[in-house]
Design a protein around this ligand. Sequence first.
Ligand code: TYD
Length: 205
Amino acid sequence: MEPDSPHLRGALIVFEGIDGTGKSTHIQLLARYLRGLGIEVVTDFEPTRGPWGMKVREAAMSGQRLSLEEEIDCLLQDRREHVRNFIEPALAEGKWVLLDRYYLSMMAYQGASGANVEEIRECNEAFATVPDVAFWMDIPVEMSIDRMKQRGNAADAFENEPFLMACAAIYSSMEMPWLHRIEADGSIAEVHARVRDVLREELGV
Ligand code: TYD
């Protein structure tokens, strides 16, 4: 069978939501579960640590975000390289790709900054592989803020309550057949079970 045979193609599973919703914990738990089933899994995140992603991260950490246009340009460039160099090759090799943030983050975060949410979706879907399944990890914004405080990391320029409220409102308005809302304020085991229920239903694992 050719390496890019559709029969071998893996699956793209994306975790989304505002900061402090447990995306990275649930990616690690799901990766372990899927590997236990014999599935080849790779995990990654956006913005990446490549030059375009780092430009956005460094600006946000310094407390001064880039202009909206520059932010969109850098994040699109970052995602283009990520899709071409990492996501698509892994899928073509039959791997399952688990991502911490993808273009729904751009719809929510740059949308909350004033960009047109549908236009953002269209310009991403012009090149970015559409997920097989995406999870919107939903917790109350106050809980997200509390969790970030507990982590003790300095808040970056994205992490303030009114802004995260606007991001959460955009996530809650998204309607894609492959997007599933997960109530993410339960215990880690409960939330993991919810994630697995959706994957059983959608992908049969
Ligand atoms: P984040 O996942 O919070 O990074 P870390 O796990 O290292 O804390 O991502 C950094 C920020 O980037 C986050 O606040 C949301 C923002 N972001 C966008 O604004 N647009 C995007 O398209 C993506 C992928 C992220």
